[in-house]
Design a protein around this ligand. Structure first.
Ligand code: GLU
Length: 325
């Protein structure tokens, strides 16, 4: 049998402008796949209620286009409803889907902390199994009883979990009919034949849930690789939703090759001293030679990429000062 082609994807949620962490992740996915001759998908994840603004989607597309990476195929998740429905059908046929009327407050009050920092769903509605899920107007969860998984990703991170205990049964379809991230990401990666999932460490705690869904859908699991994160000085990871420095500001301050150089430096991919653990990295544009992202392909290797999360040293005032220079 021929080896399956190495295939991966970058799958940003369209809930906000790109920030440096989004662009870093896009570069790492691209370097990882292109350096192995792999195929790359760009999948815009636009099904979440927070990700449906056309204005935001357009801005994010422009931000990524500005960076200049190329992709073999681009898909929008909202157009993949058929494969989401097939996945729901498959789970329902195994008696794994159930209706759930518990509120967030109910779940919080059960008091079971989850591996991702939220609350574990305590399984209250598990007996309410539903086969004809299309007729349902309630939230649907997937019963993951029995999924205690031993899992290590390519970076060596131990992602083993007893899924119902550590994360709880995932919501897979909301009462309004929209499918959730956990189900859609698995259905879409499986349908695109994704063999490698490179993404930020913030998603690592979801991997065992997704591995369980792969098993239920009877499709081979990809190789996962979770990379380091960029953090703000307050310690939070950069995120679209809490208005980290966005690409609109970045694009006023940097040329794309300058930002590529700064991100390569943060990742430890430029010659010279590697970023020191715990020491914030300055993003001053004058500090590095601009780089063409294609040149990093020649000797890209995960052994060279820093494993520790990095803190960015900047603030709004400094950015506007640099942009005036
Ligand atoms: N859409 C997710 C995000 O932007 C990433 C999905 C994934 O890589 O699994 O955080």
């Amino acid at each position: 049998m021929p080896e399956p082609l190495i295939t991966g994807r970058f799958a940003p949620t369209t809930s906000g402008r790109a920030h440096p962490g989004t662009l870093l992740s896009a570069l790492l996915v691209w370097w990882d796949l292109r350096s192995q001759g792999g195929r790359t998908f760009l999948r815009w994840e636009d099904i979440d209620p927070s990700a449906r603004s056309r204005t935001m989607q357009k801005a994010l597309v422009e931000d990524l286009t500005w960076l200049g990476l190329d992709w073999d195929e681009t898909v929008w998740q909202s157009q993949l409803a058929d494969q989401h429905e097939q996945a729901l059908e498959c789970l329902a046929s195994q008696g794994r889907l159930y209706e759930c009327s518990c509120s967030r407050t109910d779940i919080r009050q059960a008091g079971l902390p989850s591996a991702s920092g939220g609350w574990v769903y305590p399984g209250t509605c598990r007996p309410r199994v539903v086969r004809n899920w299309r007729m349902s107007h309630e939230n649907l969860r997937c019963n993951l009883e029995g999924f205690s998984l031993t899992l290590t990703d390519e970076s060596g991170a131990d992602l083993s979990q007893n899924v119902p205990f550590d994360m709880g049964d995932p919501l897979v379809r909301r009462a309004d009919g929209s499918v959730t991230y956990q189900l859609a990401v698995v259905a879409d990666d499986a349908a695109s034949g994704i063999t490698r999932v490179v993404r930020g460490r913030d998603l690592a705690t979801s991997t065992a849930t997704q591995a369980a869904l792969y098993q239920l859908l009877k499709v081979p699991t990809p190789q996962w690789h979770h990379h380091f994160l960029l953090r703000e000085q307050q310690g939070e990871k950069l995120a679209k939703l809490h208005q980290s420095v966005g690409a609109d500001q970045l694009r006023q301050v940097y040329q794309a090759p300058q930002l590529v150089a700064l991100l390569m430096q943060v990742a430890g991919l430029l010659p010279g001293p590697r970023p020191e653990a715990g020491r914030p990295v300055s993003f001053e544009p004058a500090k590095v030679e601009p780089q063409d992202f294609r040149f990093a392909l020649r000797d890209f290797s995960w052994h060279r990429v820093t494993q520790e999360d990095q803190t960015l040293l900047w603030d709004g005032q400094k950015l506007s000062w640099w942009s005036r220079e």
